[in-house]
Ligand binder design. Structure first.
Ligand code: SF4
Length: 405
């Protein structure tokens, strides 16, 4: 299992797998062929199916240059390793090929070549399932945060502080920005008005309003191409920051408390990433919003004083109750259902944490069980529900949208 630095990444939206990943791949390829005169880039399967709405073309052009890059959209071609695959080719001025490379954008902004997919070089955690980590922590009387520190070293603290600072900035920017998001839907940003309305609302409504306004703020920033943190992806980037900010406000917590909760959330996200998938193209939205909900639930439960068993229970519920959630972004944009879904999952994350803290921590289904089932469910999902924008809301609403024009 890799470092949390590979899970939490800072970058621009709207999509970690379709925007950040291809941009990182283009940067890597350009570094290999800096003197190439021309490039050809073929996007396959999900990258081609939703790449336009997810701004994959702009991300690649921003690195290689639009004038010297030919882009091919080949949704009908797939590679066995991953549905988000892309072939880069470099040519000299005579048109002779200098080299080529296939990359896989595996979710959360991470990219792999065929070789690095097999390599275990970057793996720093010896244990890769939550039950064994939980048992070790329980045996030693330590916390998940201390387990992370033991394997990452104390330098992870500065990294997580930077991650938290970036999350706070994205909430603030999102709360103070109004207007219509880019793209065909003409969706109006809601975070500012939600937040304003909480000021005169009853205390119960205020809680829901503030929590959801924070999540909307970050997800709207993402949809607008703003800077966000993959937690664990761009599409699901509102849930962890909103939950942490709400907990910080509600319980007057310090940044050090939040950093330790981010470490725990990251550990749970890392287990899902390693043993299953956080890629909507591979397993549907259960892998994105479901994973983020589990991470946020774990973090919130820790901040409520939960034991390792209660924290595991909170995360398990967060993922279990998103099993089967499909990915069907309307018109390939990370807006509907994504933005509202982040807000709703944030309320669920908090509920999971509160239920777990009220329990004695005992439960029948483990976090590892539900992670395994999530992966299997993702494999069983028909392709139109795995970030291809060809099923569900994407099919119905995109058709309506284009028939009107
Ligand atoms: S539906 Fe979920 S997985 Fe699909 S793009 Fe939106 S947030 Fe990502």
């Amino acid at each position: 299992m890799e470092s949390l630095k590979q899970l939490y990444r800072i970058g621009v939206g709207p999509s970690s797998s379709h925007t950040m990943g291809p941009k990182f791949a283009a940067e890597d390829f350009l570094a290999k062929y800096p003197h190439a005169s021309r490039f050809r880039v073929a996007l396959y399967e999900s990258l081609a199916a939703t790449g336009k709405g997810h701004l994959t073309d702009s991300a690649i052009f921003s690195v290689l240059g639009e004038e010297r890059t030919e882009l091919l959209w080949q949704a009908e071609i797939s590679m066995p390793e991953h549905p988000n695959s892309v072939l880069f080719e470099a040519f000299d001025k005579e048109g002779e090929i200098l080299g080529k490379q296939v990359y896989f954008s595996v979710g959360g902004g991470a990219i792999h070549t065929r070789e690095s997919l097999q390599s275990s070089e970057k793996h720093i955690y010896p244990k890769t399932n939550l039950t064994s980590i939980m048992n070790e922590c329980a045996h030693q009387g330590s916390s998940y945060f201390e387990y992370v520190l033991e394997h990452e070293g104390t330098e992870i603290l500065d990294y997580l502080q930077t991650i938290w600072d970036t999350m706070v900035k994205s909430i603030k920017r999102g709360l103070s920005t109004q207007g219509v998001l880019p793209g065909s839907i003409k969706l109006r940003r809601q975070a500012w008005s939600y937040f304003q309305r909480t000021k005169t609302a009853s205390s119960k409504l205020q809680h829901t309003g503030i929590l959801t306004a924070y999540a909307l703020a970050v997800s709207e920033e993402n949809a607008g191409g703003g800077t966000v943190v993959t937690a664990p992806t761009c599409g699901a980037c509102g849930i962890v920051p909103a939950t942490l900010m709400f907990m910080k406000d509600s319980y007057e917590l310090d940044d050090s408390d939040i950093v330790s909760a981010l470490a725990t959330a990251g550990l749970f996200g890392n287990i899902i990433k390693h043993n299953a998938s956080i890629s909507g193209a591979e397993v549907g939205c259960q892998g994105e919003v479901g994973s983020a909900c589990a991470m946020a639930a774990a973090a919130a439960c820790q901040l409520l004083g939960g034991s390792v068993r209660q924290i595991e229970y909170a995360a398990e519920m967060g993922l279990e109750h998103h099993l089967g959630l499909t990915c069907d972004p309307v018109d390939g944009l990370v807006q509907i259902p994504c933005i509202e879904r982040n807000a709703y999952a944030t309320t669920r994350a908090l509920t999971c944490a509160e239920m777990a803290i009220l329990s004695d921590g005992s439960h029948h289904i483990s976090f590892d069980d539900v992670t395994e089932v999530m992966m299997q469910t993702g494999k069983d999902l028909c392709g139109s529900y795995r970030e291809t924008s060809t099923g569900g809301l994407a099919k119905l609403v995109s058709l309506r949208l284009h028939n009107k024009q």
